[in-house]
Design a protein around this ligand. Structure first.
Ligand code: MLC
Length: 515
């Protein structure tokens, strides 16, 4: 059964049940039947604009009902949804729209002027709809039964019946080459991963999840939001993460499920009055998207009496492994493979499979693994071994009893607050600055972010740019989370025996230990 089939069943099974509630202002809440009506009306609206199966629909919106409804409508019509971080600056957005050949764009009214500077350069982009989810007379309010008379007819028309291999969503991930790639996530990927997670985590229709993550990523969109809709459960959503509001919402609404990244868990346990919040009604609290530091694992146990369930996933694969709901949640390990996911450890030189306890590259196989990068056949095939194993670029080992532990990365990647930052992308921007001769970007250990994006810059002779100027320059071209938090200047960069910049040496020298 596809996710769309399960969703349709839940629309029928739980018409009066609360599906989604956005707790921020403007407060928006919908039952399953109201959600279905809104999705149908949006489908009708898209059809009236000439929507065709396979069309890419870009959504650069805040976390809102508009985003969710338009996303679901796109996927139910057989289109490809393209969720985009609202913090992306115009340069990045233009690349995503152009590379994906998006035909529709829904963006925030406040960004209209920014978009108008480049949309004329995008021949595939036929429909740009600007909207303001905070306006009570907004887009959804205008999608009344009267304005969408055909939506009743579409009820009988049903929804798209996908093949396993049909792409449902494209999520852009940056890459080690510095050029972002669109990971194609298929209907088969979604169905297999949802099924696996539902059995592993014991999802129930009675579950109430507090949702504080962004919904333009795998974690917030598929693991959390789709997780809820697949179970016929309820999601209470906060647009932005705030530790106090989060703890209050968890307690006041007696939530049963919470999912977050280590930076969020750390900020929760660091709240001065954290001990006053009784979270004993939560049955499932997971951590993912970044390595869970030991002190956050134990700190959470001490503060809230709950042992976090660390799991391991990626944009290209969805979720791969998890610590168990019932059984040992092992400190430092990301748990065992989910049903249907094969994990092996391969020698980084020979590619041969290694035995338990040996460190090598983590490789994966299963129906959860994506079908490739959009329009990038070469990069797609490089992502797999000849035997069809997906190369994660993560280094780890399996224990005798099947628990996976990650110990590092083969690829040049920084994870900051659960967001992936690829140094080549940041270096490319820095090197475009007229004063910069060369730069190297590294991740330095950071108590809050996990890793802090740090740039080491060599200026051209006679140039005097300051770190503030370079940060401002990066900020105008990169999303805020990719922008270096620290810039250090040097006369030259250390080289290794291969004639490449030695990032290890830079890390040793330029990442001052945290107090
Ligand atoms: C925000 N900033 C970040 C940042 N998030 N900088 C570095 N890394 C980040 N992750 C910037 C802000 O823009 C701001 O910049 C400054 O840092 C301080 O912001 P803040 O208010 O402290 O940040 P906040 O809004 O609280 O966000 C922190 C956060 C957020 C941890 C809540 O980053 C977040 O939601 N992270 C989760 C990401 C996620 O869902 N990843 C899943 C990827 S899927 P300035 O300059 O304006 O001051 C995946 C697969 C899997 O990886 O397995 O899950």
């Amino acid at each position: 059964m596809s996710f769309l089939d399960t969703l349709a069943e839940n629309f029928r099974a739980y018409p009066d049940k609360l599906a989604l509630e956005l707790l921020d202002s403007p407060r928006q809440r919908v039952t399953y039947s109201e959600l279905e009506s809104l999705v149908r009306r949006s489908e009708y609206y898209l059809r009236t604009l000439g929507f065709q199966q396979g069309d890419r629909v870009a959504l650069q919106l805040t976390k809102s009902l508009e985003f969710i409804v338009l996303h679901l409508a796109t996927v139910r019509l057989g289109g490809i949804s393209l969720p985009l971080n609202p913090a992306y600056p115009p340069d990045e957005i233009e690349y995503f729209l152009s590379d994906s050949g998006a035909r529709f764009l829904f963006a925030l009214e406040l960004n209209r002027i920014k978009f108008q500077s480049f949309i004329h350069r995008l021949p595939s982009l036929e429909h740009c709809i600007f909207l303001d989810p905070d306006d009570p007379k907004n887009f959804l309010a205008m999608l009344t039964p009267e304005s969408t008379p055909g939506s009743a007819i579409t009820k009988n028309a049903g929804y798209f019946q996908p093949n396993q291999d049909d792409t449902a969503v494209i999520i852009y991930t940056s890459g080690t080459t510095g050029q972002p790639k669109g990971a194609q996530i298929t209907h088969g990927n979604l169905a297999s991963n949802l099924q696996a997670l539902h059995s592993a985590w014991g999802w129930q229709p009675e579950d109430v999840l507090l949702h504080v993550l962004p919904i333009f990523h795998v974690h917030g969109l598929f693991v959390a939001l789709y997780g809820v809709l697949y179970a016929g459960a309820t999601a209470l959503m906060l647009r932005d993460f705030d530790p106090k509001k989060t703890l209050q919402a968890l307690v006041e609404n007696r939530c049963s499920v919470f999912m977050a990244v280590p930076t969020i868990h750390r900020r929760l346990i660091n709240m001065p009055d954290a001990n006053n919040f009784d979270l004993s009604h939560l049955r499932l609290i997971t951590s993912g998207s970044d390595r869970l530091p030991d002190e956050v694992f134990t700190g959470f146990q001490k503060t809230f009496g709950y042992t976090l369930i660390e799991r391991y996933g990626m944009t290209e694969t969805g979720m791969n492994t998890t610590n168990p709901l019932h059984g040992e949640r092992r400190l430092g390990s990301v748990g065992k493979p989910l049903p249907g996911v094969e994990v092996r450890i391969a020698d980084t030189t020979t590619g041969g499979q290694l035995i338990a306890g040996s460190v090598g590259e983590v490789q994966l196989r299963g129906a959860n693994i994506f079908k490739g990068y959009w329009n990038q056949p070469q990069k797609s095939s490089q992502a797999f071994t000849p035997e069809g194993w997906f190369r994660t670029g993560d280094l780890g080992f399996l224990s005798e009893d099947g628990y996976l532990t990650l110990v590092g990365r083969e690829k040049d990647l920084i994870i900051s607050g659960g967001m992936n930052v690829y140094p080549p992308e940041v270096e490319r921007v820095l090197n475009e600055h007229p004063d910069v001769a060369v730069s190297a970007v590294i991740g330095c250990e950071d108590k809050d972010w996990g890793e802090r994006v740090t740039a080491i810059v060599v200026l051209k002779p006679g140039q005097h740019s300051t770190s503030e100027e370079l940060i401002r320059f990066c900020r105008s071209r990169l999303a805020p989370y990719k922008t270096p938090k620290v810039i250090r200047f040097r006369d030259s960069l250390p080289m290794n025996a291969m004639g490449k910049i030695s990032k290890q040496e830079l890390r040793n020298q330029d990442c001052a230990p945290e107090k």
